[in-house]
Design a protein around this ligand. Structure first.
Ligand code: 5AD
Length: 361
C-alpha cells in the first residue's frame, strides 16, 4: 500500500490511488486546499452557469444503471418540440447564461437534420454556446452538428475498465466505443467533455485511479463526476450489481460524496485548466453541502436545470434527482446566492475551457 505524498508534482497512478483511499482528515484538508488553490490560480473565481435542457428521454441503449435506458422500468416517453426547446433556451439567455446544454437519451428520433435546425435557430436567435450530450452518434451526425455551430460535446466514458464497461453496457447490436468518439470529436474541433461515475458496482480503486490518469493523458477539456446512484428495477440494482460487487471484493469503491470529492480534487490538480461542474448527482447525494463542497474543492461550473416542469420527472436517470420540483427561477436564484456566499463570481460569456483555448486555438 502506497502512502500519500504531499508533493503533487509526481502524481502517478499509485499515488492517485493512495489519495483516493486516504482517510486522515488533516491530509484530506491539504488535498482540498491544494485543489482550491489550483482552481483559483488556473481558472479564477468565476463560476460558469450552463442551462441544461433535457430534450428527450427516448433511448436505444440498455445501460444497466440508467433510469431512462431500455432495461429500466418503463417511464412515459417524451421528445420536446423545437418550439419548446427554443423557449427553454431563451430562458437561459434571459438569465444571462452563456451556454445551453442539450441532453437526451440516445434517441434516433432526434435526427441529424432536426438537431441541425435546432442548432441553427439557437445560434441565430441567441448566439449562446451550445453543448450537445446526445450519446453515441454517427460520424456524419457529429460533423453536421459541428458545422451547424455546436461548440462542445459531453460523453462520459463512465469507466476505463473494459470488462466492467461491457458488463454495464450490454450489447444492443450497436457498437460502443466512447474513446474513439471522443477522439473523433476533438479532431472535428469540438470542445470535449467526459467523466465517470464513482462507486459503480465492480469499480475498483485501481480502475478509478486509472480513469483519473486518463483524463490527463487524453487532454480532456471538461470532466463531469458524480456518485453512482442506484435505480430500483435496473439490472445494476439487482443480481448484476451483486455479482459485480462480489467480484471487486475489498477493492470496491464506495458511491459516496467523500470519494467523489476526492476524485474531483485530484482531477483539478492533474488537469489544472479544465472546466469541472459541481454535478446534480453530488447535490442529490448531499443536498445541503454537495454543490458547495464541490465548488470549494476544484469545481468551477454549475448546470441549472431548465427542462420544462412536465418533463423533468420523466428524465430521472437516477432517483431523487436534486431540483426535481424546483422551478427554473428558484434553482437559478438559489445557485446564484450560493455562488456569492462562497465569495465567488458569476461568469459572463461562453466560459470556454482554458484548456481548450490553449490547445486548439
Ligand atoms: N447514477 C449516477 N449517474 C448516472 N448517470 C446515468 N445513470 C446514473 C445513475 N444511476 C450519469 C452517467 C451519464 C450521465 C448523463 O448521467 O454518467 O453519462
Amino acid at each position: 500500500m502506497y502512502m500519500v505524498s504531499l508533493d503533487f508534482n509526481n502524481l502517478d497512478k499509485n499515488l492517485i490511488r493512495a489519495w483516493l483511499q486516504e482517510v486522515d482528515p488533516q491530509k484530506l484538508n491539504y488535498l482540498w486546499e491544494k485543489a482550491d488553490e489550483i482552481r483559483q490560480k488556473y481558472v479564477g473565481d468565476d463560476i460558469w452557469l450552463r442551462g441544461l435542457v433535457e430534450i428527450s428521454n427516448h433511448c436505444v441503449r440498455s445501460c444497466a444503471y440508467c433510469g431512462i435506458s431500455k432495461c429500466a422500468p418503463v417511464v412515459e416517453k417524451y421528445r420536446m418540440s423545437e418550439d419548446e426547446i427554443l423557449t427553454a433556451v431563451k430562458q437561459a439567455a434571459d438569465y444571462g447564461f452563456g451556454t445551453v446544454v442539450l441532453q437526451s437519451g440516445e434517441d434516433m428520433g432526434l435526427t441529424a437534420t432536426r438537431i441541425t435546425e435546432i442548432i441553427r435557430s439557437i445560434k441565430s436567435k441567441t448566439g449562446l454556446a451550445i453543448t450537445l450530450s446526445l450519446g453515441e452518434r454517427s460520424v456524419g451526425d457529429l460533423e453536421d452538428w459541428r458545422k451547424a455551430g455546436a461548440d462542445r460535446y459531453l460523453l462520459r466514458f463512465e469507466t476505463s475498465d473494459v470488462e466492467l464497461y461491457k458488463q454495464i453496457h450490454p450489447n444492443t447490436g450497436r457498437q460502443s466505443d466512447r474513446f474513439v468518439q471522443l477522439e473523433l470529436m476533438r479532431q472535428m474541433g469540438y470542445e470535449i467533455g467526459t467523466g465517470v461515475m464513482v462507486g459503480i458496482p465492480g469499480q475498483t480503486w485501481g480502475s478509478l485511479a486509472n480513469d483519473i490518469w486518463l483524463f490527463r493523458k487524453y487532454g480532456m477539456d471538461m470532466i463531469g463526476l458524480g456518485p453512482y446512484l442506484e435505480n430500483e428495477g435496473t439490472p445494476l440494482a439487482g443480481e448484476l450489481g451483486k455479482k459485480l460487487k462480489n467480484s471487486a471484493t475489498a477493492d470496491q469503491v464506495p458511491n459516496d460524496d467523500l470519494t467523489t470529492l476526492k476524485v474531483l480534487a485530484l482531477t483539478r490538480i492533474l488537469c489544472p485548466n479544465i472546466n469541472i461542474p459541481a454535478t446534480t448527482a453530488l447535490a442529490t447525494i448531499n443536498p445541503e453541502k454537495g454543490r458547495s463542497h464541490a465548488l470549494q474543492r476544484g469545481a468551477n461550473v454549475v448546470m441549472p436545470n431548465l427542462t420544462p416542469h412536465k418533463y423533468r420527472t420523466l428524465y430521472q436517470i437516477y432517483p431523487g434527482k436534486a431540483g426535481l420540483h424546483e422551478t427554473a427561477e428558484f434553482s437559478r436564484e438559489e445557485i446564484e446566492r450560493q455562488i456569492i456566499s462562497l465569495g465567488r463570481t458569476i461568469g459572463r460569456g461562453a466560459g470556454t475551457s482554458s484548456h481548450f483555448k490553449q490547445h486548439c486555438h
